[in-house]
Write a protein that binds this ligand. Structure first.
Ligand SMILES: [Zn+2]
Length: 119
């Protein structure tokens, strides 16, 4: 179905293009009508072409991992890595006291759209 609408879109765009240029090159009294029709047909063609496009996949929401040292109060937030889960012991040692660090939480950062008001 999408292939059909794409082909139709291509044909319509092509026909519209030809009509538009025919209307522009001819000195016919109806030349502006041909250009006008050409423009409409072309826009229809482009509409068909863009309608068949699959929607782009949204990237996964940004996720962060919160790591906390068990010996001191050192906390670090880094990008989520595959395999991260709460209370997992991290391979890296605490940069402050070389203690064992565990994952305290995994958070998904929700980006809320900025609300702008023109007053
Ligand atoms: Zn520490």
């Amino acid at each position: 179905m999408s292939v059909l609408s794409k082909g139709l879109g291509l044909i319509l765009s092509g026909v519209g293009f030809v009509l538009l240029f025919y209307g522009m090159s001819t000195t016919d009294a109806l030349s502006f009508v041909w250009s006008f029709i050409g423009l409409i047909v072309m826009s229809f063609g482009f509409a068909f072409l863009t309608a068949g496009k699959p929607k782009e996949k949204k990237p996964p929401p940004p996720t962060v991992t919160e790591i906390q040292c068990g010996s001191c109060d050192f906390k670090e937030i880094r990008d989520f890595q595959r395999g991260d889960h709460v209370l997992k012991i991290v391979e890296a040692a605490c940069p402050k006291c070389q203690g064992t660090m565990t994952i305290e939480g995994v958070y998904i950062i929700r980006e809320e759209p900025e609300e702008k008001y023109n007053v």
